[in-house]
Design a protein. Structure first.
Length: 98
């Protein structure tokens, strides 16, 4: 998944993390909620909630967390090495990070 961390999505919609935690890759991960998708970048991760909102955790060295969208209506997510991408239900794409 990431360079030194991994993220898994359980059948009940909860997130499991393991590996390095030097930038909050594990401790910054959600501990509750219903998630439908996850993605990993080099040192950050993105999780898509069942309500269409996005949660980011891990590294913020290139605004991987600070620039994340705060609205709802997302249906898919993906990560590159330093950036993330989210697809809205209207077909538009939002990108953030380095």
């Amino acid at each position: 998944c990431g360079l030194t961390h991994s993220v898994g999505l359980r059948a009940d919609g909860t997130v499991l993390t393991w590996g390095d935690d030097s930038e909050g890759q594990r401790d910054g991960a959600p501990t509750s909620g219903k998630f439908v998708a996850i993605a990993c970048g080099y040192g950050h991760s993105v999780a898509l909630r069942s309500d269409g909102t996005v949660l980011t955790f891990g590294s913020n060295s290139l605004d991987q967390r600070d620039d994340a969208p705060t609205s709802a209506g997302f249906v898919a997510i993906a990560c590159g090495k330093w950036h993330s991408v989210a697809l809205r239900n209207d077909g538009t794409v939002v990108t953030w990070g380095g």
